[in-house]
Design a protein around this ligand. Structure first.
Ligand SMILES: [Zn+2]
Length: 137
């Protein structure tokens, strides 16, 4: 294999991607690249990969800030507090039982929802070309 062939093999595969065929909702919830839908978006639980391993899309545009945390806190609060209120009204368990059930439940719900929510916001940011506002000069 020549050097040119090796360089072409390592270069990002730009032709593989048709952005209109990739659903930002599916790609975000699954955690795949918003451009090609194949490469991985995350390199850890919540750490964003620097770029797509399949198409080479640079993920430096992605800046979700506190958005995923706000959505997850709202949704998890609704689920966990609703379940705790329902349990209190129906079964009236002691407070230690509430703590034993609903503290781990809140952690599981928050951790479980944070990655898909972050992926969804990043892919929607890519899809809508959202970026920080700038003043026209
Ligand atoms: Zn990609």
């Amino acid at each position: 294999m020549t050097n040119t062939q090796m360089a072409a093999r390592r270069a990002p595969n730009i032709d593989c991607c048709e952005p209109s065929r990739v659903s930002p909702y599916v790609a975000g919830l699954v955690g795949t690249c918003p451009r090609c839908g194949k490469g991985r978006l995350f390199s850890g639980l919540l750490r964003l990969a620097p770029s797509c391993s399949e198409c080479g899309q640079d993920y430096s545009f992605a800046d979700t800030g506190d958005g995923p945390a706000i959505f997850v806190m709202t949704i998890a609060g609704f689920i966990v507090c609703g379940a705790a209120l329902w349990a209190e009204v129906v079964y009236q368990p002691p407070y230690w039982a509430h703590a034993l059930i609903f503290l781990p439940l809140s952690a599981l719900v928050c951790i479980g929802l944070l990655r898909p929510t972050k992926g969804l916001l990043i892919t929607l940011q890519y899809f809508h070309k959202a970026e920080e506002g700038r003043r026209a000069s």
